[in-house]
Design a protein around this ligand. Structure first.
Ligand SMILES: Cc1ncc(COP(=O)(O)O)c(C=O)c1O
Length: 504
């Protein structure tokens, strides 16, 4: 029998291990791992450890310095109290390691130990590992285009490799020529032109998000995060000392939050509202009127806006990407834009993103970067320069393919009983609700949540999808449709076949 682990650093046992289990403590029974919500007992030396599930009658306690022990408790199973770090949804169920570490034994700091592995990267890694082991796994986990980076961009990188100028350190905040090109590109694509002093070139959009939050937030500042959210946002906010406050929008509103919902979440500690359109994981795109309403509400209350525009060029049908600082110039003084080359130019591995914001914030973030990582790889910056100063033909071709796949995946998912998939208007993700399938019997198992359902789909259909828990909303699955058309059809067919077996 397995138990969900909750961990309370203040939970003190009544007895020591040796009181209750003479002799047994010598075998060094230790709690090592609380993974996927399960408690394991580990026996033996580190070189010869064996894991098995904790028996029902055992209870966890942290007796004091130097040890975290499992007790053979007489009163009930595993203790269940609040975790040391703020509860994380989704990603926590995928990696509970940090929560299981007693403070007295902490080797990793509480701040960093509280960060869990990116659930989306974990799913992708698992799918790739199974594939490498010979299983015919089809992965819908990765948030990256399946196309190669366009040739002219790769050529620019090859040239940069040969140029000794790029063998040296360059300004921490980015190559001046790349900053100028980003300013010009922002004018072309968004309709406003920032000064180069408002731009910081980062190691991908992820670093841009982290540095932006680090530059704006003080401990305790609240950030309103519309959910389903991209799994990195709450972690970056917490790392910067902030407090993510979720506002959930479901499929009935196309996963778009309203000003009324945002207002209900606002407190005197609210400093920032996060805005992302098109969205990962839902593909939702806000209309111009909705975007303006949110921007005006932020202005009215003196809030900062962090707007993530990384999917700006991936919109379908009548949807349009609207850039808040272009729409509401009066917001620019408290608006930070995050963007990058990863999704538009199929450059996820090159790691180039940027922050555009008010000068003081950009300067502060640049100072942080100057100590953390210095300049982004010059070769990657040269590639990004070719990307942003070139045309948009390559992304137009990719968009065409994504649009075709989007229609196929939405149709096929909606053919499954118990699956409801609204049409995403942007990015390359479908986010179906599968709430109706939770608790149903499928091949002898009854998944109780979407983590379990995703595990079942991987095991039985050999298809990798990301559970909604990773995005703050259990009951959903995220499928990236940035994979080949044939694989897409084969993968969703396998899911269809498996889920058709669902019984009450
Ligand atoms: C919404 C969103 N923002 C930012 C990023 C960061 O992209 P990168 O760090 O690869 O530039 C991603 C990546 O998946 C994303 O989905």
């Amino acid at each position: 029998m397995l138990y969900q682990l909750s961990y309370d650093p203040l939970c003190v046992p009544q007895r020591t291990a040796s009181d209750r289990m003479p002799g047994v403590h010598r075998v060094r029974q230790r709690l090592l791992k609380a993974n996927e919500g399960r408690v394991y007992v580990v026996r033996g030396r580190s070189s010869n450890r064996k894991c098995r599930p904790a028996p029902a009658r055992w209870k966890i306690a942290w007796p004091g310095p130097g040890s975290g022990r499992l007790f053979k408790g007489s009163t009930g199973p595993v203790q269940s109290v609040k975790p040391a770090c703020p509860a994380r949804s989704g990603s926590e169920t995928m990696d509970g390691m940090s929560a299981a570490t007693p403070p007295t034994e902490r080797r990793v700091s509480a701040r960093i130990g509280a960060i869990s592995e990116s659930a989306t990267l974990a799913v992708d890694a698992k799918a790739k590992a199974l594939k490498a082991a010979g299983r015919p796994v089809i992965g819908f986990g990765a948030g990256e285009p399946d196309f190669p980076t366009p040739d002219y961009i790769v050529e620019a990188a090859i040239e940069a490799c040969k140029n000794p100028k790029f063998h040296r350190y360059t300004p921490a905040g980015g190559l001046p020529e790349l900053k100028s090109a980003i300013a010009a590109k922002t004018l072309r694509d968004s309709g406003w032109e920032p000064d180069v002093s408002q731009i910081l070139v980062t190691n991908g959009g992820k670093q841009a998000i982290y540095e932006a939050f680090a530059a704006i937030l003080d401990p305790g500042d609240e950030v309103i995060v519309p959910a389903p959210y991209w799994t990195t946002y709450p972690e970056s906010i917490r790392l910067a000392g902030g407090v993510p406050v979720e506002v959930v929008a479901d499929e009935t509103t196309g996963y778009r939050v309203t000003v009324e919902q945002l207002e209900a979440a606002r407190t005197e500690k609210t400093k920032v509202v996060l805005f992302v359109s098109p969205s990962n994981p839902t593909g939702a795109v806000y209309s111009e009127a909705e975007t303006e309403a949110i921007g005006r509400w932020a202005l009215e209350h003196g809030l900062w806006v962090l707007t993530d525009e990384i999917y700006e060029h991936l919109v379908y049908g009548d949807a349009v990407s609207v850039s808040l600082p272009a729409l509401l110039p009066e917001l620019r003084d408290k608006c930070v834009v995050v963007n990058g080359v990863a999704k538009t130019y199929a450059m996820t591995g090159w790691r180039v993103g940027w922050v555009i914001g008010p000068k003081d914030v950009v300067k502060a973030a640049t100072n942080l970067q100057s100590h953390a990582t210095s300049n982004v790889s010059n070769v990657s910056q040269a590639a990004a320069l070719a990307a942003v100063s070139g045309g948009l033909e390559a992304v137009a071709k990719m968009r065409e393919a994504f649009d075709r796949r989007r229609k196929t995946i939405v149709r096929m998912l909606n053919e499954i009983d118990g699956v409801l998939c609204p049409e995403p208007e942007g990015a390359f993700y479908a986010y179906p609700s599968v709430k109706a399938l939770i608790g149903k019997e499928i091949r002898g198992k009854r998944p109780q949540n979407t983590v379990e359902l995703a595990a079942l789909i991987l095991e039985e259909a050999e298809v990798a999808v990301v559970p909604g828990e990773a995005f703050g909303t259990p009951g959903y699955l995220r499928l990236s449709y940035a994979l080949g058309d044939e694989d897409l059809v084969e993968g969703v067919s396998r899911i269809q076949k498996l889920l058709a077996e669902a019984r009450d």
